[in-house]
Structure formats: structure tokens, C-alpha cells
Design a protein around this ligand. Sequence first.
Ligand code: FES
Length: 256
Amino acid sequence: MLCPEENELLTRIGPGMAMGEMMRRYWLPALLSEEIPVPDCAPVRVRLLGEDLVAFRDSNGNIGLLGEHCAHRGTSLFFGRNEECGLRCVYHGWKYDVVGNVIETPAEPADSDFRRKLRHTAYPCQEVAGVIFAYMGPREKMPLIPSYEWFDLDANQVFPVKSLLECNYLQGVEGDFDSSHTSFLHNNNIPDSAHLKRDGAPMLDAEVTHYGMRAISIRKIGTDQIYVRTSPFIMPSFSMGADRRHDDMALHPEHA
Ligand code: FES
């Protein structure tokens, strides 16, 4: 059981927080491609690692992920006009490109070069398999984006979805590691999941790997077999659930 201080340390992911800095060393899924489907479409709000952001797709199809509030007077860029390769604030017309340059300040004197001294918060993005990933850490530490198998699948073989869970990331990770719930929560309509039904209190374990950890659950099956279910946990907060194909492969004699 975590003490309150440990819980705070592990779950605070804003800028400057220990786990926030760790999370910012990874490419993270920020939104779905379908949320900003075409050039110059309406921007959308994105909240990621405790930061309020706005995503947009410019006239050339490039993706911008900017701090939500205008550098001038703090107006939300969610209400901005996405036009001619930039997002224009509705209040005084400051216009931003996808990398955070202020490219126009029409309400300033004509000879003002003030905008050249500014750089708005902007995070690099990559779009893969219908998902837009963002990197929010230091540029000099930017890693390669991971090469998951599903990145190379045809579009008709990938089904990206997004759901809002009103909890912190660690509570989600706990659920992913907690295989015992699959015997109950995911079992009512799975008539042939006999392995899960027989032992609702599996032994849980974990193994450190080069990508994170492997969650392991071991269930007793009758008197002479165990059922081993594994699911990868990929840093910093991703999980892959075991599917039935892997379940079947993981049935081993207990004393083998
Ligand atoms: S508040 Fe955005 S341009 Fe003034």
C-alpha cells in the first residue's frame, strides 16, 4: 500500500513533477487523426500531462499542438481561425504556425518585430495508423517513435479508439496488471473461457523486460495444470492485453 507521499510522487504528471518529466521522455498518443480530419478544419482541445493544448491541421496537412492560451492576452486558441497555414487568435489576430512561431501580429505597429522574440508552446507530432503522437520533452532528448507492429497495418486493419477514464494513469495501469478481474468483469458473456472461470484468485507476478515489464498471472487448472497469462506493460503507461490465442498457448502442465 502506498503512503500519501508516494502516491503524490507517482501520480503527479504536470511540468516539473518527477513523473511528469519521466512521461515527457516518451512519444504519447494525444488524439485521433479523425479529430482533425482535413487541412484547415476546426481546432480541437487536447489535455495531456496536465497541460491544456489545442491541436490543428494546417493548410499543408501539418499538425500543430500548441499551448491553448494565446501568448498575447491568454485567449483560448480553441476558438482560433485555422487559415492559410496558421492558427489565428480571434481576439487581436496573432497567428501561429505549427511549430509555435508567431507569424503575424496585425494589431502591433507595422514596424514592430516583437513577434520574432516570441516562441509559443508547441509540441512535435507524428501521425501513425490513425493516431497522432506528441513528444513533450526536451528536444535534445527526443527518442525515435516506437515501431509497434500495428503501425504498418493497412488502414482497414486498424481500429483506433479513444475513451475518457476519469482516473489517474496509475489507476489504469493497476487495472491492467490486475488479471484477477478478468475472471469476473470480462467473463459473463464468454462461455468458453473455462480457464478464467476455474481460478478467480490467480497468483500475480511481474518480470522486468527491456521495454518495461511483463505482467504474469498464474491460475490453477484442476490438480495438475496451471494456466499462465502474460501481458506486456510498455513504458511509460501502455499495456497489451493477452488475447485468447495467447491464452491457449500459455496452458502448461504444472510440473513441466
Ligand atoms: S489574445 Fe490572442 S491576439 Fe490578443
